[in-house]
Design a protein around this ligand. Structure first.
Ligand SMILES: *Cc1c(COP(=O)(O)O)cnc(C)c1O
Length: 352
């Protein structure tokens, strides 16, 4: 064995959904949007002066923060920008979870959280969801080093009311509560208003899902200035220029096109309700979804077999071989046409 091997960090990474390169597949496995970004984004790229790429980007990000400020009713210095919300969340873990006590998050939730805990040596405890896969707020009231709630949760898609989030924030005033709102735009209400009422809550959102821009890697956190300053200090101890100048221009143009944003989100919601209804006719039970994906099961079949069958038909969905959820499939909502293809394939599987 090489002598240096013992000095190498050995860590089990997060495994994202497959990104097959073939164009003739129906990709319903990583919760991206099936729609193109706003036409305003195309215009902004065409207008962009490529010579600017010579320079480091602005780390003030004035234009983008200005656009977000109006949407979320926050001040510019209450916004932190990062290269995807995964980066923002990782920096939050690094910045806010240093008590030595266990941080809490649900047993079934975004599976990146425990990876960051291991990466940054943060102790954690997975709090079981109840039998209906709901988060029970009282389970987060005991002594802890911080709380992370995904709302709507993933992969269950179940949404929690802001009043319940508020109760968790109130009952944890000695630690930071992170609310990961990657899917909040598909029918939920953001908890962002809480940042002006409580100094211990951080709301994290992303451009990757409802804003049709997973490719630019842009995420952001909103919280009171003190928390944002702490995040900035950690970021600037790691990598100062995280958001590329082109991403900033694209994200600002997208944020200003509210009409297009709403049209896309509404189409997803309509396709989601249609899909849930069709699946229910075929014997599937789907958890109530306020996300751009659904979590569904059918007691008479094997989820893994359906997953494999769909894949053989070029339809990619997500299967998690994990306790409690190994009979479920997580299916991203695509266009109505894509969902029709999905239902057709499911029928074919059931008739085999
Ligand atoms: C997709 C997702 C993210 C990460 O989004 P990026 O901004 O693309 O890094 C974070 N949290 C949850 C729960 C997600 O599903």
């Amino acid at each position: 064995m090489q002598k240096w091997k013992k000095n190498i960090r050995d860590i089990e990474p997060y495994v994202p959904g497959e990104q097959p390169q073939s164009s003739n597949i129906i990709k319903l496995n990583t919760n991206e949007s099936p729609f193109a970004p706003s036409p305003q984004v195309k215009k902004a790229i065409e207008k962009y002066d490529y010579e600017k790429l010579r320079l480091y980007p602005s780390f003030v990000c004035k234009e983008l923060k200005g656009a977000l400020k109006d949407i979320y009713n926050v001040e510019e210095d209450e916004i932190f920008l990062g290269n995807g919300s995964d980066e923002v969340l990782a920096l939050c873990f690094m910045t806010f979870f240093n008590s030595g006590k266990k941080i809490l998050f649900p047993d079934i939730t975004y599976s990146f959280y425990d990876v960051w805990c291991r990466l940054f040596n943060i102790d954690f405890e997975r709090v079981p969801l109840n039998d209906d896969f709901c988060i029970v707020k009282e389970d987060y009231y005991n002594e802890n080093g911080g709380v992370v709630i995904t709302n709507p949760n993933a992969p269950t898609a179940i949404y929690m009311e802001v009043s319940e989030i508020e109760d968790i924030v109130k009952n944890n005033d000695d630690v930071i509560v992170i609310v990961d709102e990657a899917y909040i735009d598909f029918g939920g209400k953001s908890a962002v208003e809480l940042i002006h009422k409580y100094d211990n809550v951080v709301v994290v959102q992303t451009y990757s899902k409802s804003r049709n821009l997973a490719g630019i890697r842009l995420g952001f956190a909103m919280a009171n200035r003190e928390l944002i300053n702490a995040l900035e200090a950690v970021k600037n101890s790691f990598n100062s220029y995280t958001v590329s100048s082109l991403s900033q221009v694209i994200a600002a143009a997208s944020a200003r096109d509210v009409e297009y944003f709403e049209k896309c989100v509404n189409e997803i919601i309509t396709a989601r309700e249609w899909t849930v209804e069709e699946l229910s006719r075929l014997g599937f039970e789907t958890l109530p979804s306020k996300a751009n994906f659904i979590f569904t099961t059918n007691k008479s079949i094997s989820a893994k077999e359906l997953f494999d069958f769909l894949k053989s038909k070029g339809i990619y969905v997500r299967y998690f071989n994990k306790p409690r959820i190994d009979q479920y499939l997580r299916i991203t909502i695509g266009t109505k046409e894509q969902m029709e293809e999905l239902i057709k394939a499911v029928k074919e599987f059931l008739n085999k």
